[in-house]
Design a protein around this ligand. Structure first.
Ligand code: ATP
Ligand code: MG
Length: 443
């Protein structure tokens, strides 16, 4: 009987080693920048009670209406959902563990999110977000600070121009008045609404502004603007945000149709958009969600945050060609089997004691074929433990990546096992310093 071929679930991707090094570059930069602004990591479970998202995201959003992976736990009947985003989870955790009891918090997370969407470039069913949440801050200073943080991250990654669009959604009352005006406006043009818009008209008319249907664009662009419904306080918040961005040298444009999909947003909303990813060009969305903490059962506290779509940023990073794949190791250790293996094992362990990354050749093979593996590994040095070396407590060292005859170990040379680790660690450090000097010099 032919066995059925097993494959990953549609829209859920494997991350293979060649690609993983780009993710490592991204994650390292993101962690650096988040730390530079005082953010601390939080990790929450991937599975939560469905009620958290229904309440926290809103029943009439795309996510809750049609994108959630929800299921009943067969063992105890609980209604559970794979998290489609992490803000609700972070807020839940803060309430549950009383994290906001005596101080505001700056938190960040990274991890997979799950949405049942139609897979296409830049849109997957399992995708990843890096996000930050500042809880207990009323802004707009912290709103602006998060935007500066993001600009610093784009710069650190060298991903080229990313445009910032901002808007203000006002407070609940202002949104309610704007909502009424929207419904009235769209109702008076009922014959021009598409099916989606008709469905949303009385549940979430704000989402009509977000319509991607070209036929709807003329109607949408004439629709009442939230900015015309802002009261004094909301207007002041929005203006101060703009002042702070200008002072920080951040370019932005105001997009009065930027509404974001989730129910709980208020005041500041923004998106970072690139033109180099086609239709899925938004790499980060953020804004304020002052009502959410209380909605989820906590003591009322303002908050703002953002989420970066990691796959989309990785695609830009790949295009920029600047993150070279990192080699698997510093040193590749070769041996001739038998008694030489134990000496080679000892040598590899000594090198690891010095902090080096080492691949010890596994199994038996000719030195020639081991040398091919050493080359392919990207290692700087090969360490060869043959019969003679094993017998007298030495190893041969050969530099693999230099054409410079004067470089250390350009010609194969023996070292005692005692001096091996220290010598190669020093040689690698010197090589790194040399490389750094060269890249700094040319930048
Ligand atoms: P869209 O309107 O494109 O569906 P969204 O409003 O649902 O976006 P958010 O919930 O704000 O997106 O998520 C923040 C970011 O996460 C997005 O800007 C995007 O970069 C990324 N993202 C969202 N959904 C997906 C997905 N299915 N696959 C890959 N990345 C995604
Ligand atoms: Mg979406």
């Amino acid at each position: 009987m032919k066995k059925e071929k097993l494959a990953a679930v549609r829209g859920m991707n494997d991350l293979l080693p060649a690609e993983a090094s780009l993710w490592e570059v991204f994650e390292a930069r993101a962690v650096d920048v988040l730390r530079a602004y005082g953010y601390q990591q939080i990790r929450t479970p991937i599975v939560e009670h469905t009620a958290l998202f229904a309440r926290g995201i809103g029943e009439v959003t795309d996510i809750v209406e049609k994108e959630m992976y929800s299921f009943v736990d067969q063992l105890n009947g609980e209604q559970l959902t794979l998290r489609p985003e992490a803000t609700a989870s972070v807020v839940r955790a803060c309430i549950e563990h009383n994290l906001l009891y005596d101080e505001p918090r700056r938190l960040w997370y990274i991890g997979p999110m799950f949405r049942h969407e139609r897979p296409q470039r830049g849109r997957y069913r399992q995708f990843h977000q890096v996000g930050a949440e500042a809880l207990g801050f009323a802004g707009p200073d912290v709103d602006a600070e998060q935007i500066l943080l993001l600009r610093r991250l784009w710069q650190a990654l060298g991903i080229g121009p990313v445009r910032l669009e901002i808007n203000s959604l006002g407070d609940g009352q202002e949104r309610a008045r704007h909502r009424a005006a929207l419904i009235e406006y769209f109702e008076s043009h009922g014959e021009r609404l598409d099916a989606d818009a008709r469905r949303r008209l009385h549940t979430n008319p704000l989402r009509i502004l977000d319509s991607k249907n070209p036929a709807m664009q003329p109607l949408v662009s004439e629709a009442p603007r939230i900015t015309d419904y802002l009261g004094v306080a909301s207007r002041a918040h929005f203006e101060r945000l703009q002042e702070l961005l200008a002072a920080g040298g951040v370019e932005f444009s105001i997009n009065p149709r930027l509404v974001r999909g989730l129910d709980y947003y208020n005041l500041t909303v923004y998106e970072w958009i690139t033109d180099r990813l086609g239709a899925q060009g938004t790499i980060c969305g953020g804004g304020r969600y002052d009502p959410l903490i209380e909605m989820l059962g906590g003591k009322a506290a303002p908050a703002c945050g953002f989420a970066i779509g990691v796959e989309r940023v990785i695609e830009l990073l790949r295009g920029s060609g600047q993150a070279a794949a990192s080699p698997a190791c510093d040193v590749y250790v070769l041996h001739q089997g038998g008694g030489t293996y134990l000496a080679a094992l000892q040598a590899a362990e000594n090198l690891r004691d010095e902090g080096l990354d080492v691949i010890l050749h596994a199994g038996e093979a000719s030195l020639k074929s081991q040398m091919k593996r050493a080359d392919a590994s990207g290692a700087e040095y090969a360490v060869i433990v043959g019969q003679a070396e094993a017998a007298d407590g030495t190893a041969m060292v050969k530099a693999l990546r230099t054409t410079d005859e004067a470089a250390p170990f350009a010609r194969q040379r023996a070292l005692s096992l005692a001096e091996l680790g220290g010598t190669l660690a020093a040689a690698l450090a010197a090589g790194d310093a040399f490389d750094d000097e060269r890249t700094c010099g040319t930048n």
